[in-house]
Design a protein around this ligand. Structure first.
Ligand SMILES: *[C@@H]1O[C@H](CO)[C@@H](O)[C@H](O)[C@H]1NC(C)=O
Ligand SMILES: *[C@@H]1O[C@H](CO)[C@@H](O)[C@H](O)[C@H]1NC(C)=O
Ligand SMILES: *[C@@H]1O[C@H](CO)[C@@H](O)[C@H](O)[C@H]1NC(C)=O
Ligand SMILES: *[C@@H]1O[C@H](CO)[C@@H](O)[C@H](O)[C@H]1NC(C)=O
Ligand SMILES: *[C@@H]1O[C@H](CO)[C@@H](O)[C@H](O)[C@H]1NC(C)=O
Length: 529
């Protein structure tokens, strides 16, 4: 059983060239500053001062006892290497970072310093390192390091940002955001008007193995539509938190905010709201029930049963909601199933094929992945495979590993990012079905939604036990199932959701198939190879 947090990363060194193999569940490093000042309470009542970039603003927020967190922006004074507090388009300020810190560190207020240009980071680190022993309140270092919804410009260089902050000032709290732009409905959008799984993976692949506590800034306007992503993030690691912020001109959907709080872990959701919005939110929280956000609840995956057996370059992100299999190399990883299995006869799930942004990605024209459910029936291995191009096949493999394709079908009209798959054994028949489904991620339905491809094959006589007798139950008792992952390339990740392994319904399966072993294989699709 997996006892660790769901966030496992292996071979991280390859990804961004710094430390980190896998980490423990809890951040026990006593030197790491807490994320918020202790006065922050339930996360709703954190009071922020924003844009504290001038002496006057600093004076005001320091003398205001209610203010708990100070937010300010760091740039380099034009033509120099002196970090000063200013927000572009300003190019200078008469308040340097050093002065700002000297005055703030004695005030016991949390600090968030924001970098929009990577050039200011190293000089700012010189200042922080110098003041290290005086810094006691939480210090956040913030940048938008991953491309998010609708934003056309590149984010702050994530590799440089993380490498520099972690190496030079490891005690910081990392505030790692996505670039975002709110586009009102009806305007032309460049991307989907929501956060996507790809954006989540781009982020967690960068930061999951870091030792620092991490807070993710979440734009309130998408609290609802991307609701499942926020729950997922907070499940990955106990010291991942969300800081929900509001864009001044964004529409407000209080229901969406209430929904996120009701269904998420309130201890790990913080709010950076103007006073009026905060009051509206508090009032709405007093009221009754709210429905789950887009993406829905519950997910039927039960992570309790699965244990990760990683491969060197694989990354497995497992929560109570789903498992994401990612990675940069052609390795195998395994999820080993430890639940009840003896008479399992149906395996179902959903797969979302996610093309990532690693360099050299040949794009969507290549086959993205191959998902295979492997079951040992009698002494024969049955492999049932699916891909994103409408391909379904059933193979058997003998003891020597020799494979025979017994049924297959290809229907490119079924090409889809998201499929549901089902493998069902009834009597001596096995049926494999792949159905195009709506991605929980996207706004619209695919044109071919609900189209499906199915193949059926008879199992060979010796592949099925004559009866589901004692031997079956006995073997079933310590049955092991495995979900294994092979990525043939670096560019395609797979999200598996709603994975269920169920027993045959009474009477419908004769004889009871002996299945001692279930293996789900996700194979990263090769390019043309
Ligand atoms: C800010 O506070 C300092 C120290 O209390 C004081 O010397 C300075 O005049 C104040 N400046 C402004 C602009 O309020
Ligand atoms: C800092 O700059 C502001 C405006 O940019 C100005 O009003 C203020 O007098 C300056 N303070 C000092 C100490 O130079
Ligand atoms: C606000 O969120 C709720 C669900 O929480 C949703 O049903 C509703 O459509 C949203 N309203 C707007 C204006 O987006
Ligand atoms: C998962 O299964 C375990 C063991 O049967 C059970 O105790 C637990 O409640 C289940 N979790 C969920 C989320 O269903
Ligand atoms: C598997 O089945 C074949 C054919 O019935 C049989 O000859 C063989 O002994 C079986 N192998 C095992 C390991 O049970």
């Amino acid at each position: 059983m997996i006892t660790d947090a769901g966030c496992r990363m292996f071979g991280f060194a390859i990804v961004i060239g710094i430390i980190g193999i896998s980490r423990g569940a809890t951040n026990t490093d006593a030197d790491v500053l807490d994320v918020y000042p202790s006065s922050s309470g339930d996360g709703i009542n954190v009071i922020w001062a924003h844009g504290v970039n001038s002496v006057a603003a600093l004076n005001d927020s320091l003398s205001d006892k209610a203010v708990m967190m100070l937010e300010a922006d760091v740039i380099l004074r034009e033509g120099s290497f002196i970090p000063v507090m200013a927000h572009s388009p300003a190019v200078d300020s008469n308040l340097t970072l050093e002065e700002w810190l000297l005055r703030t560190v004695v005030a016991d207020k949390g600090m968030k310093i924001d970098f929009r240009l990577i050039g200011a980071l190293d000089p700012a680190m010189d200042v922080l390192v110098e003041m290290d022993k005086d810094l006691h309140a939480p210090l956040w270092i913030n940048a938008d390091i991953v491309s998010g919804p609708n934003y056309p410009l590149p984010p702050v260089d994530p590799v440089r940002f993380l490498e520099t902050t972690v190496r030079r000032f490891p005690r910081s709290v990392l505030s790692l955001g996505w670039t975002t732009w709110w586009v009102p409905d009806g305007c032309v959008v460049t991307q989907s008007n929501r956060y996507t799984w790809k954006m989540m993976l781009d982020m967690v692949q960068l930061c999951c193995s870091l030792q620092q506590p991490i807070t993710f800034p979440v734009r309130a306007v998408w609290a609802h539509t991307s609701y499942d992503k926020w729950l997922w993030l907070t499940q990955l690691r106990p010291d991942f938190t969300l800081t929900v912020w509001h864009g001044a001109r964004d529409p407000i959907n209080i229901t969406g905010l209430v929904s996120l709080r009701r269904h998420g872990d309130p201890r790990r959701i913080f709010y950076d709201f103007p006073v009026g919005l905060k009051q509206q939110f508090l009032d709405a929280l007093e009221e009754g029930n709210v429905s789950p956000g887009a993406g829905g609840l519950p997910y039927t995956w039960n992570a309790t049963y699965w244990q990760v057996i990683p491969a060197e370059s694989s990354q497995i992100f497992m929560t109570d909601m789903n498992v994401v299999l990612a990675g940069a190399g052609p390795d195998w990883a395994l999820l080993s199933y430890g639940g009840p299995l003896d008479r399992a006869a149906r395996v179902t799930g959903r797969a979302q094929f996610i093309s990532n942004r690693l360099p050299g990605n040949p794009g969507d024209e290549v086959e993205r992945s191959y998902v295979a459910v492997t079951m040992v029936v009698g002494n024969r291995t049955l492999v049932v495979g699916f891909n994103d191009k409408g391909f379904v096949e059933i193979r058997t493999e003998g003891a020597g590993g020799e494979a025979t394709v017994v049924a297959s079908r290809q229907d490119v009209a079924l090409t889809s990012d998201c499929i549901s798959f089902e493998v069902a054994i009834a009597g001596k028949q096995v049926t494999a079905t792949s159905t195009v489904v709506h991605c929980r991620d996207s706004a619209g339905d695919p044109a071919n939604a609900d189209a499906s491809a199915s193949v059926t094959s008879r199992l060979g006589g010796d592949a099925v036990a004559k009866r589901g007798g004692d031997a079956v139950a006995k073997r079933g008792g310590d049955a092991v199932a495995k979900l294994s992952v092979r990525k043939a390339d670096a560019w395609h990740d797979v999200l598996i959701e709603d994975l269920t392994i169920s027993r045959s319904a009474a009477g419908s399966f004769l004889p009871v198939p002996v299945i001692t072993y279930v293996l789900i294989v996700v194979i990263g699709g090769g390019s043309a190879a």
